[in-house]
Design a protein around this ligand. Structure first.
Ligand code: FE
Length: 194
């Protein structure tokens, strides 16, 4: 099992962000990089693919020292889902294993949120969120008999961002900081000198 593919992705996305691109360009070029990353799944170490029996997991895979990006493995057990939430930064999501359902929401003039779409993210597919293109959604495992995993790349250290869980009926927001489930991150350099 080689994490070389993840290291290559970190290098490529860092090079992209070094050029200080517009969000539009990040979402176009970054999507291509994420598509390459999730075109195969053997690179993700098992420790970052483990579901929790009660709730979905967010494992930090890499964080930029200047908080320009973070890469997170999301693992949903059967039947697990997120609350409706926002991100407050751009995010690119690639399906790695299984299948996820995304329901998107948009705020209405009265403050409530209306469902604007439903989509399925299959392994190998890529989608995106941001305050510009639509930032509020709910994600769930579309499979009832096994875990689903997706790889998320954000424009900040997402585990430390104070953001919101939203009640779509009233628009009421509750602030939260997601943190990360893991205390150690993958050793991206372990195989380089082999
Ligand atoms: Fe999300």
């Amino acid at each position: 099992m080689s994490v070389q593919k993840l290291l290559t992705f970190v290098q490529d996305i860092t090079r992209l962000l070094e050029t200080r691109p517009s969000e539009e360009k990040i979402l176009v070029e970054g999507r291509k990089l994420v598509a390459t990353l999730v075109s195969s799944d053997e690179w993700l170490p098992d420790a970052f693919a483990r579901p929790h029996p009660e709730h979905y997991q967010q494992y930090l895979l890499y964080a930029d020292p200047l908080d320009r990006l973070s890469i997170v493995s999301f693992v949903w057990g059967p039947g697990q889902k997120t609350p409706v939430h926002d991100h407050l930064t751009w995010g690119i999501v690639g399906g790695l294993r299984g299948k996820e359902q995304e329901i998107t929401f948009q705020q209405q003039p009265d403050g409530s949120y209306r469902e604007t779409g439903r989509g399925i993210l299959e392994a190998g597919q890529v989608t995106a969120v941001s305050p510009v293109i639509g930032d509020v959604h709910e994600v769930s495992n579309a499979l009832s008999d096994r875990p689903s995993i997706s790889i998320h790349v954000y424009g900040k250290n997402i585990g430390q961002v104070r953001r919101h869980v939203i009640d779509p009926k009233t628009g009421a927001e509750k602030s939260f900081i997601s943190g990360y489930a893991n205390e150690v991150v993958p050793n991206l350099w372990s195989q380089v000198a082999a």
